[in-house]
Design a protein around this ligand. Structure first.
Ligand SMILES: [Zn+2]
Length: 217
């Protein structure tokens, strides 16, 4: 097995999650399946490696991406999270304390399912992107049609409805309507569209893994 983020060869990836997924977590950089997929997507389908793509904001950062960004020189890579201590900056994605047109790239993977006003978050991400910038946005897809119940406010109710206690909705493929409403031009990149099957196995990415949205301002 090979981790495309930290570039180490490993005998196997470690199990992770509940229920446990085999072959999921890289023992070297800590990346999970979707991190390795999104890393290849961003490196192959955007200008991330280009010197012009300099200022990058990452919401809800993960170890794999942080490790990957360290391998690319001359980037101003900022991490942000609503909860203190999880990232370099404490920032609410629905009220991003940066001027319009600030960033060349904004990463937002598996964040919006925790955010009550996700439409405002998407607008804010678009606002802080430069006109030439891009965003990679990923959400868990666990139902045919997005649903949320504003009356479900306790962890118990949310776990019952959405499967995880700190999620505030389930997303379906109609999630992309929210990208459209915000004014994004987007493409859904799926693992099988951009990575050959044989390589998916090598990097431990299930071919049915949900895609990531590449969003242009
Ligand atoms: Zn790794």
């Amino acid at each position: 097995m090979f981790c495309p983020i930290c570039k180490f060869e490993v005998d196997r990836f470690l199990p992770f999650g509940k229920p446990e997924r085999k072959n999921a977590r890289c023992p070297v950089c800590g990346s999970l399946e979707r991190h390795r997929f999104i890393w290849i997507a961003v490196c192959s389908r955007t200008n991330l490696l280009d010197p012009d793509c300099r200022k990058i904001l990452d919401f809800g950062p993960n170890k794999g991406f942080e490790a990957g960004m360290k391998t690319i020189p001359d980037k101003e890579y900022l991490t942000a999270d609503l909860k203190p201590g999880r990232a370099q900056m404490q920032i609410d994605v629905t009220n991003i304390k940066f001027p319009d047109d600030t960033f060349d790239a904004v990463f937002c993977s598996h964040v919006l399912e925790h955010v009550p006003n996700d439409r405002r978050a998407i607008s804010e991400i678009r606002r802080v992107l430069k006109p030439t910038g891009f965003s990679l946005i990923a959400v868990p897809m666990t139902t045919a049609m997005t649903f949320e119940d504003p009356n479900a406010t306790t962890p118990e109710e949310r776990k019952r409805l959405y499967g995880i206690a700190d999620h505030v909705r389930r997303y379906g493929p109609d999630f992309e309507d929210r990208l459209k409403e915000a004014g994004f031009k987007y493409t859904l990149l799926k693992p099988t569209d951009i990575i050959p099957d044989v390589f998916l196995k090598l990097i431990g990415v299930p071919y049915k893994l949900p895609g990531v949205y590449l969003c242009l301002k």
